[in-house]
Design a protein around this ligand. Sequence first.
Ligand SMILES: *[C@@H]1O[C@H](CO)[C@@H](O)[C@H](O)[C@H]1NC(C)=O
Ligand SMILES: *[C@@H]1O[C@H](CO)[C@@H](O)[C@H](O)[C@H]1NC(C)=O
Ligand SMILES: *[C@@H]1O[C@H](CO)[C@@H](O)[C@H](O)[C@H]1NC(C)=O
Ligand SMILES: *[C@@H]1O[C@H](CO)[C@@H](O)[C@H](O)[C@H]1NC(C)=O
Ligand SMILES: *[C@@H]1O[C@H](CO)[C@@H](O)[C@H](O)[C@H]1NC(C)=O
Ligand SMILES: *[C@@H]1O[C@H](CO)[C@@H](O)[C@H](O)[C@H]1NC(C)=O
Ligand SMILES: *[C@@H]1O[C@H](CO)[C@@H](O)[C@H](O)[C@H]1NC(C)=O
Ligand SMILES: CC(=O)N[C@H]1CO[C@H](CO)[C@@H](O)[C@@H]1O
Length: 400
Amino acid sequence: MPGLVSCLGDLIVTGIIILFSDHVQSEIWTNEVSDVQFGGLGSRVTLTCGGAHGGSPVEWRFNGSSVPLWQIHQGSLTLLNTTHSMEGNYSCHDERGTLLHSIKLRLGYPPHFVRISCRMPSHMNIYCSWVQTKTTHLPTSYRTSYSVNKGRQVDDCEQKHIGLNECIITNPPLWTSKFLVNITEINPLGSNSTIVQIDIHELLKPDPPEDVQVLQVEGQPTQLLVQWSYPSSWTVEIMPAFPLTFSLRYRPIGSSYWSTLETEDNTSLKIMDALVGHLHQIQIRAQDALINHSQWSEWSHVVEVRPWIEPWEEPTEELMDFSFPFFNLSFPVRTTDKSPDSSLHQNGSLGLLILLGLFAAFMVAVLLTIIALLRVRQRKQDNVKKEELASMVKMKSIPV
Ligand SMILES: *[C@@H]1O[C@H](CO)[C@@H](O)[C@H](O)[C@H]1NC(C)=O
Ligand SMILES: *[C@@H]1O[C@H](CO)[C@@H](O)[C@H](O)[C@H]1NC(C)=O
Ligand SMILES: *[C@@H]1O[C@H](CO)[C@@H](O)[C@H](O)[C@H]1NC(C)=O
Ligand SMILES: *[C@@H]1O[C@H](CO)[C@@H](O)[C@H](O)[C@H]1NC(C)=O
Ligand SMILES: *[C@@H]1O[C@H](CO)[C@@H](O)[C@H](O)[C@H]1NC(C)=O
Ligand SMILES: *[C@@H]1O[C@H](CO)[C@@H](O)[C@H](O)[C@H]1NC(C)=O
Ligand SMILES: *[C@@H]1O[C@H](CO)[C@@H](O)[C@H](O)[C@H]1NC(C)=O
Ligand SMILES: CC(=O)N[C@H]1CO[C@H](CO)[C@@H](O)[C@@H]1O
């Protein structure tokens, strides 16, 4: 899975609709683990000595060493402008040094919004994942849900693997395309809900077709038979109801232009105009056949195949790459082929002849230019000499 940046392509989040948050009582957390207290970084935190009797003086220790008295008011320890260095074990003791209560302090930040991206490889599943926009340093959990019909019908977005930050909406209702996804981040200092709207018609992007096979067609040097399967995420149950359109592209290696073919609901196609004897690259992609604005899948991996050729031609095959940087021709031209039926091959030799002719013409032009330049230079020198002579004659004739 590429990084976040490329995820943005899949991410059809049309906007953060509602920003909503509320505070979870931190008692829930402190009660569960009685000797841990959570506090906000950079804020004021007060630790209370649980076992102290009203009014009697107490001593506080941090990681075993005494804490200055000015921080203690009526038995409670107050920490101002907290930093990470204040995390650790706090304990309070009576005058005789007996331990009354101990607290482990952990500091962090309340939750911020999360960044959500969703993808939908079939009509059956929507996968939404998210990343924190701020590290909180605190134990965190997420509540995930989605709703349709302006929030009137709320359902779970199921988290299959805790810790993965991904939830799955299975069998989303088909009568609507707009969903609200609600990811609520919860930690001991509070909660923060991020809500995004997704449009499943725009989000739908199948996985690329699988098992792409390209076969030669016996006796047909210009044909290739391409076969493939539906992506496995496009499950069998939905195939009849949700057909896919496929687009196939192919080119002989060396050409920069792809030819394309399309087919609806069919997992094979025949290329009829392959270039004789050349290795071809073939790729296929898929799109939902019924929903207008859904996305094309990525292209399948490139498959390279050469069309069928007559067996006795095979051994003397030799491909040469005539790439002239100034003409930018980079299609391969076959040099040793005597097949009479290949008009494409004749085109190839014709191309080579034209190339050689052009090259010869270019050389002749260069030669002519050089000769012309030499002549001009010679003539100029002659003129200069004549002028010099003339001026010398003039100087001589000036009377002194
Ligand atoms: C903090 O307290 C825990 C248990 O209360 C103990 O295991 C740990 O060693 C203490 N750490 C320090 C630095 O005192
Ligand atoms: C809190 O501490 C930070 C860093 O230690 C400091 O930049 C800030 O000015 C302090 N704020 C107050 C109110 O003391
Ligand atoms: C206090 O102890 C904790 C471990 O319980 C440790 O992480 C922290 O660095 C210690 N702090 C100081 C100032 O010794
Ligand atoms: C939720 O997060 C945003 C920033 O991501 C913040 O502005 C807002 O105050 C947070 N809400 C609460 C209750 O912390
Ligand atoms: C989002 O989910 C949280 C947690 O389930 C819930 O408290 C909150 O009301 C939901 N927000 C909306 C707008 O539905
Ligand atoms: C699929 O292709 C085959 C042969 O190429 C053809 O006979 C059949 O009609 C096609 N099916 C559909 C649904 O287009
Ligand atoms: C999809 O687009 C076609 C033409 O591009 C149009 O005829 C058809 O009505 C559209 N269907 C929907 C559901 O928008
Ligand atoms: C040498 C050269 O200019 N090659 C270019 C030929 O044209 C293709 C695309 O048409 C470029 O990708 C090559 O860099």
